[in-house]
Every structure is written in C-alpha cells, then in structure tokens.
Design a protein around this ligand. Structure first.
Ligand code: BTN
Length: 320
C-alpha cells in the first residue's frame, strides 16, 4: 500500500523530494502529493513541506520490521498497520480459529485502544508499543496477580533501557514520578472450568512526545530520557521478558515476585484512596500479599484488597 510505503520512506525524519518518492513507488509527483495530504488525517502524523527540499515528518518514527521480529520472536505475530485494538483483534483471530495460542498481535496504531474502567488508550502511529499476547489458561492459579507479574516484565525492560525512576502501581500501571508510562489490560474469554483464554494487552509510551488527548498525567520514555527507542528491539526484549516471567509465574505463583514488586512499589508508605464503584477507602499503601492483593493500613489495621474494578489514587491529589 502506497501510504504506508511513503510513511516508511519518511520514517527517518529527513527530507525526501516528491520526485524521489514518486520514483521509488512508481507513481507521479501529484499522486505523491495527494497521498501526503491524506496522511495527517488518516495516521495522525504531521508532514512538513519545504520548497526545494521536499517533505519530512515532524519527528522520526521507529516502525516495525516484521522480518526482524519474526526472526527473533518464536511466537506467531499478527501485524496490523492500524487496528481498533490489538486485544480485540486477538479475540477475533481466536473466534475465527486462525491460529492456536499463544500468539501476538501488534499494531502501529490503535483507533480504539482501551484500558481499564472503559478508558481510552491513546495510541498514535509508530510511536509507542501496543501489543497483545493471547494465551490459553490451563488453571485458575495462572491468573493469580497476573497483571502485577506482567508489570514486572515491563518494568524490567524499561529499566534495562535506562529508565531508572520507573515504579509499579497496584494493580496494573507503571509510573514515573506519578505520571503514567504504561498500562496493562487483561481480558478473559471462555469458561474457567472449561476452555479459557486470556489476552495480555500492554501499552507503553515510548517515543510519544506530545498528546492533547490524554486525560491524566502521563509521560513517555522519550519525555523522561530525551532518547528515542528502537521499537523493534524493545518489543523483542519485552516479549522475551514476558515469557520468562509467565513461565516462572506458572511454576511458582506470585509469591516469588512479591519482593521485587514491593521494592519497586511507587506508592509504598503513601496515603492513598482506593475507589470502587460505590466506595472510597483511605489508607496507607503497604505493599502486596503473596497472592498479589493490595495491603492497606486502614485505621491502624492492615486490610487486603483485590478485584479488577478497584483503582488507586494518591490522597494528596484529591485534596488539591
Ligand atoms: C490501562 O491503563 O487501563 C490499560 C491500558 C492498556 C492498553 C493496551 S495497548 C494494547 C492493548 N490493546 C488495547 O486496546 N489495550 C491494551
């Protein structure tokens, strides 16, 4: 497809003349111009034109190379240039019996990326990681604190790439100085007593430098470090780390991850509010239990909480 071919040509962030682009694609300069005019609307990218120099993107993009990813990752990968949500696509593939899990779905952008509690996950073209890993659930124990374990995989890779300040927030966020950098969404299909599948959806803000659409404090690897990440290398490391932690989790449960989770707990000892649909509990965050439940000190007593629809905020944030 010519549009994505042009995006790949422009991904280096350098100027490319309309004539050259046309020659590479075997189309006229006016056809190139027409396509370039459509890119901002369709892919959300900004294209600059300078007379005598040609066209360039506002920022370079690190786009996926399926040759490299297929060489380095043993699971089947379903690549989409644009999709509503990689999680939704994973389940569509399952419903159509396209493959036998585990498999991965990745996309350069999502038009309806979503998070917990119906929130939108802003997913611009070629800037971040949007990946879903669909696995079969053999036993209920495999689900124990799963999002916390996935969080550790993401944490390890972000740290490996040099982001020292990143921490985990119960149950499924990664934050840097209280700003969200990554979110995890687990979705389940089937019957736990019979055939059941879970999709592990991970969004990580890597090279995103600005967004007016996100309705919470956010950051990205680029904003924190000023460095651009090669998304191919990052994804290869992420999938490898994810498989390592999932293996260990299957064998030993969450308890072997507890120490590392608590060591990286961003809100350890902080005053927090735990909200559900109809209640708010104020307490001090203590960490997690061997089963991954949140440990909160409430009125001098330690209490445990679990459940997908709970969310945590800093107490200070609602006072201000
Ligand atoms: C959250 O913070 O509430 C979870 C965000 C999860 C976003 C990822 S991006 C890949 C996958 N596809 C989706 O639609 N959501 C997850």
């Amino acid at each position: 497809m010519n549009k994505t071919k042009i995006l790949h040509l422009l991904a280096d962030g350098e100027f490319h003349s309309g004539q050259k682009i046309g020659a590479v694609l075997g189309i006229t300069r006016s056809a190139v111009w027409k396509i370039l005019n459509e890119l901002p609307k369709e892919y959300g990218v900004s294209v600059y034109r300078v007379r005598g120099k040609g066209y360039r993107l506002a920022m370079p993009l690190s786009l996926f190379s399926m040759n490299l990813l297929n060489e380095k990752i043993s699971d089947n990968i379903y690549f989409r240039e644009s999709i509503d949500s990689t999680n939704t696509e994973s389940f569509r593939l399952l419903a159509d019996a396209i493959d036998i899990p585990p498999y991965l779905v990745i996309s350069e952008m999502q038009t309806f990326g979503h998070g917990r509690r119906g929130r939108l996950w802003v997913s611009p073209y070629g800037q971040n990681i949007y990946v879903s890993y669909l696995i079969r659930v053999a036993e209920v124990k495999q689900l124990e604190a799963l999002s916390l374990v996935v969080g550790i995989a993401v944490l390890n890779v972000l740290k490996k790439y040099g982001l020292a300040d990143v921490g985990v927030k119960w149950p499924n966020d990664l934050i840097v100085k209280d700003k969200k950098i990554s979110g995890i969404l687990l979705e389940l299909r089937g019957d736990l007593l019979d055939m059941c599948h879970i999709v592990i959806g991970v969004g990580i803000n890597l090279n995103m430098y600005q967004s007016d659409e996100i309705d919470q404090e956010w950051t990205s690897f680029y904003k924190e470090t000023g460095a651009f990440v090669d998304r191919n290398l990052f994804l290869i490391d992420l999938v490898s780390e994810l498989k390592n932690v999932l293996d260990l989790h299957r064998k030993s449960g969450f308890k072997v991850f507890r120490t590392v989770w608590e060591k990286n707990h961003a809100w350890e000892g902080k005053e927090v509010i735990l909200s559900s649909v109809n209640s708010n509990i104020i307490g001090t965050a203590l960490g997690v239990s061997d089963e991954g439940e949140l440990r909160l000190l409430v009125n001098g007593e330690e209490r445990l909480f679990s459940g997908g629809e709970l969310s945590l905020r800093l107490f200070d944030d609602i006072k201000s």
